[in-house]
Design a protein around this ligand. Structure first.
Ligand code: NDP
Length: 277
């Protein structure tokens, strides 16, 4: 396939499902060679099938089962990508989740063990991947796109404090990394999604796929929550990630956030209580 990512090699973390899978598909359709990763073999098979169904040759993608919070998983991702494709141009730090408290403690009573797990996945793994990939992206004047959340914005999240905290830390890390890495020609930016219908809600609530879909349909129909009138699809976020990963499109954008949320962040709080037309 040819396109704006022809000749580029991209590692997309958390690409066994949801936003990451859609991003891997979009990048591959636009010419990139992609490394697809996640922990679940079954989900990875789903991504492999989606790539094959889209006409992507298996010489243009690599599947690496790995836990992104482990040093060995991070190292395997980078070394296996280099082994198969010889270079790395783009890293999308997309793997993330809001992890439920191990003992069902609520709000500020949630344990430090939960805090540590949430921070390890959503922030620490990004820091470690950035440190490890830096020399490789310096060689190619590459791009990093982090996937944060509107949860990082300045609103209180009483029921679930650690995930928003982690994503706010990720946004701040993006700014510091962007200024440091641009000295080597590497650009770093972030996409902050709002509600997107993926496996996210299912994994953090333990609800079934059907129940989660009902949640996405219901919240999407509520214009005081999502003014555009529907929950986002993974492809919406993939397109924003692709824009930031494509130097031709976004060369002058350094260390910034694109909020892709159907308008949610404009109506949170006070405005949501006002009568709607
Ligand atoms: P999904 O649950 O659909 O996908 C999450 C992906 O992350 C899966 O591929 C999963 O793979 C991977 N993952 C989770 N933990 C690990 C781990 N320890 N090691 C390796 N991979 C891991 O969620 P989304 O696609 O929605 O989430 C993508 C990103 O978008 C996340 O950073 C999330 O915080 C963010 N986001 C999502 C929103 C939404 O409404 N959906 C809103 C705002 C932000 P596997 O299960 O195979 O390990």
């Amino acid at each position: 396939m040819t396109g704006r990512f022809s000749g580029k090699v991209a590692i997309i973390t958390g690409s066994s499902f949801g936003i990451g899978r859609a991003t891997a598909l979009l990048f591959a359709k636009e010419g990139a060679k992609v490394t697809v990763t996640g922990r679940s073999e079954e989900r990875l098979q789903g991504s492999k099938q989606a790539l094959l169904d889209a006409g992507i040759s298996d010489s243009n993608f690599l599947i690496v089962p790995a836990d992104i919070t482990t040093s060995s998983g991070q190292d395997a991702l980078i070394s296996k990508t280099l082994e198969k494709f010889g270079q790395i141009n783009i890293l999308v730090n997309n793997a993330g989740a809001s992890i439920a408290d191990s003992q069902n403690r609520a709000g500020l009573d949630q344990g430090i063990d939960t805090y540590e797990k949430v921070l390890k996945l959503n922030v620490q793994s990004v820091i470690e991947m950035t440190q490890k990939i830096r020399p490789h992206l310096a060689k190619t004047r590459g791009e990093i796109v982090n996937v944060s959340s509107v949860a990082a914005l300045k609103f209180a999240h009483v029921r679930n404090p650690y995930y928003p905290l982690a994503k706010a830390a990720l946004d701040q890390y993006t700014r510091s990394a962007a200024i440091d890495l641009i000295s080597q020609g590497i650009r770093v930016n972030t996409v902050n999604p709002g509600v997107v219908a993926t496996g996210f809600h299912e994994s953090c609530t333990g609800l079934s796929t059907e129940e989660s879909q009902k949640f996405y349909d219901k919240v999407g129909a509520n214009k005081s929550a999502i003014p555009c009138g529907f929950s986002g699809r993974p492809e919406h976020i993939a397109k924003a990630i692709a824009f930031l990963a494509d130097r031709d499109s976004s060369e002058y954008i350094i260390g910034q956030n694109i909020i892709a949320d159907g308008g949610t962040s404009l109506v949170l709080g006070f405005h949501a209580q006002l009568p709607q037309k």
